[in-house]
Write a protein that binds this ligand. Structure first.
Ligand code: ADP
Ligand code: MG
Length: 445
């Protein structure tokens, strides 16, 4: 059985039909993923649903396709989809618009950092499905530009992020203002017991809970390793990895915006062209970086956790955790930016001498064993030998204990086995090295 796709069923079997089916087919979808096969019929049946499925397994279509089928084109503002970042909301909007096509319900985005005019105009023209970030949605609702009177569906993508402390109040306010009878659909790759309890407060009693993450929270197509490293050596090690292996498109995650800036500058000073994205950049810059990323016009993007959730960009081959995230759930989302829809990818994490415990927590949450990666030709200047403390039991599981060389791990992304892509979209080759050589000087451009 495929880990991601339900090769036994088709979208027609799930109850989708007509133009929508044709549009999904032109998007290259052959078989539904497991979460789609389970969630779509539940949503079509009108039930509230809480869905947990691994990163890159098509949760957007799982909630988006039934909305497109059921929404009445003639009625504005029938569905509200909330996402934690503007970039993710925009991505959801784009996918839905593609599936909905010319004849389907109209979609609009309502996100911060952009002018009000166009967004209000799209709502006034009768957009049926609204995709937005909580702040701007609240704002336009209070300005009476975004009515909730017709809402039949409220969707929270990345529900655990939406219900954590940062957004919880906004979400509570928004959901409590929906007075008419509506269906709620919440999804994420990580849903703890606590989040589930909170989520249920906003849902009807007969919530259908769907969990397609039986074993691990991360997909097996991502090859995960850690590299012990003193913090003072991290930038040199990163530079070493980026210049001694040939990853096509690497996303480097740092904990703080100041580190993102510092690391980007360091790489650029050492002739590796790198770009940065974090919340302190204005929206225009964020949009330009996202566009470059989507067009494959950059090779190294250093990011804060702004980019950790939901983003689906073809060709991201490597994730490097320059800093381990404080919250193990973030690790799952960060490395989920690679190895999407059945493709493969590589995730490397730098682990400082006193971070062994944190790595173990990540392994526990994700349900995977992360092994050490050798980097023989790198000369550390500072001691990092403590690394991870393993229990005797872990040490005695030899089948899972191996260490790979950096180049061997990078090779993982180069083999393409079509049987891994029963869903339809088989990449023609390894993701393109879009700009040719990795080493280039900024002055040369
Ligand atoms: P998730 O939200 O679970 O992380 P996404 O919804 O972003 O995943 O989908 C990941 C990628 O898989 C997207 O590029 C999407 O177009 C693609 N995809 C979704 N469903 C299918 C399918 N049934 N067959 C092939 N590709 C799919
Ligand atoms: Mg998603």
């Amino acid at each position: 059985m495929s880990e991601i796709f339900d090769t036994e069923s088709t979208f027609a079997d799930l109850g989708l039909d007509g133009k929508l089916l044709a549009n999904i087919e032109s998007a290259g979808f052959k078989h539904p993923t497991h979460i789609q096969a389970q969630l779509i019929p539940v949503i079509l049946a009108g039930r509230d649903a809480l869905g947990q499925a691994k990163t890159g397994t098509g949760k957007t279509a799982a909630f988006g396709l039934p909305l497109i089928k059921m929404a009445d084109k003639a009625v504005p503002c029938q569905a509200l989809i909330l996402a934690p970042t503007r970039e993710l909301a925009t991505q959801i909007y784009r996918e839905l618009r593609e599936w909905s096509g010319k004849g389907g319900p109209r979609i609009a985005t309502v996100v911060g950092g952009e002018k009000y005019g166009k967004q209000i105009e799209a709502i006034e023209k009768g957009a049926t499905i609204i995709v937005g970030t909580p702040g701007r949605v609240m704002d336009l609702h209070q300005k009476r530009k975004l009515p909730f009177d017709n809402l039949r569906w409220a969707i929270l993508d990345e529900v655990d992020r939406m219900l954590d402390i940062g957004f919880r109040d906004d979400i509570r306010k928004i959901l409590s203002k929906i007075k008419c009878d509506h269906q709620t659909i919440f999804v994420s790759a990580t849903i703890s017991g606590e989040i589930e309890r909170l989520a249920r407060k906003f849902m009807k009693n007969d919530v259908e809970k769907i969990v397609t993450v039986a074993d691990a929270l991360t997909v097996s197509q991502v090859s995960q390793h850690y590299l012990p490293c003193h913090w003072k050596d991290k930038k040199r090690l990163l530079l070493h990895l980026l210049t001694h292996t040939e990853p096509a498109l690497t996303l480097v995650f740092c904990k703080m915006k100041s580190t993102v800036r510092d690391v980007t500058r360091y790489l650029n000073d050492h002739k590796v062209e790198a770009f940065e994205i974090h919340g302190d950049l204005n929206q225009g810059k964020r949009n330009r970086i996202m566009q470059r990323l989507r067009e494959g016009k950059l090779e190294v993007l250093v990011a804060s956790d702004l980019a950790a959730r939901g983003l689906d960009v073809e060709g991201i081959t490597h994730i490097i955790n320059f800093d381990l995230p404080e919250d193990p759930e973030i690790y799952v989302h960060r490395i989920g930016r690679t190895a999407r829809a059945g493709r493969s990818g590589v995730a490397w994490s730098f682990v400082e001498p006193d971070e062994g415990q944190r790595l173990t927590e990540i392994e526990k949450l994700a349900g995977v064993m992360i092994d050490q990666l050798e980097y023989p030709d790198f000369e550390p200047r500072y001691k990092s030998d403590k690394g991870k403390q393993r229990s005797a039991e872990e040490e005695s599981a030899p089948s899972k204990r191996f260490s790979q060389s950096v180049t061997a791990a990078a090779e993982d992304t180069k083999t393409i086995d079509p049987s891994l892509f029963p869903g339809g979209v088989v990449p023609k080759g390894p993701p393109p090295k879009t700009l040719g050589s990795r080493l280039r000087s900024r002055r040369g451009r």
